[in-house]
Design a protein around this ligand. Structure first.
Ligand code: ZN
Length: 196
């Protein structure tokens, strides 16, 4: 099987497979969807009770959504993943599943209303490079006097376990066309040929 990358950016990739069969292209698609590991938030710990701000104002640690819904939404936030660093927690040779910087990222969210909590409020404890790449994903809208103080733990997983660990989406393949105009063969990759 030959693989040639046609274009690649942080959000998408298009490549050409040659000397293969659709079954292999589909096997590759399935692996990309369910077997490529990535980090995602798995545990969320909510602070309960009143939160006193620096200015002396007291906030209630409540929000319009159930904690379970907020946890689910935090789980779906894409977390940057360097597979050269992270191990699955249960296979981590450093901590043997206890949790350490080689298998776990801890984030905190500390926000007071009225405001909208977004993915940009996830502050990594440690390296600031671990902030989510998309900072504008809304999580919950806090009203006046409401506040949120949570600690969220991200670990490595795959799409087989839960869709939040799915590293790719919209993966598909199609046959490579052979185009002919009269006796002239056209290259579908030529930008002048309006096919792709
Ligand atoms: Zn570890």
């Amino acid at each position: 099987m030959k693989l040639k990358v046609l274009n690649s950016d942080p959000q998408s990739m298009r490549f050409l497979l040659e000397e293969t069969e659709p079954a292999y292209a589909n096997a590759l698609r399935r692996v990309l969807v369910s077997d490529v590991p990535k980090m995602a938030i798995e545990d969320v710990e909510f602070h309960l009770g009143p939160i006193r701000a620096d200015d002396g104002k007291e906030y209630e640690s409540v929000s319009p959504l159930f904690d379970e819904i907020i946890s689910h939404r935090l789980g779906l936030v894409p977390i940057p993943t360097d597979l050269g660093i992270y191990n699955r927690r249960e296979d981590c040779p450093t901590c043997h599943g206890e949790g350490c910087p080689n298998c776990t990222i801890i984030y905190s969210v500390n926000k007071r209303g009225p405001s909208v909590v977004t993915s940009g409020d996830l502050e990594p404890i440690g390296d600031t490079k671990l902030r989510p790449s998309d900072l504008k994903i809304p999580i919950v809208k806090l009203g006046d006097g409401q506040a949120m103080l949570v600690y969220a733990t991200a670990i490595l997983g795959t799409g087989k376990d839960h869709a939040k660990w799915q590293a790719t989406h919209g993966v598909g393949y199609r046959y490579y066309p052979l185009l002919k105009a009269g006796s002239k063969a056209l290259d579908p990759l030529d930008p002048a040929v309006p096919f792709f």
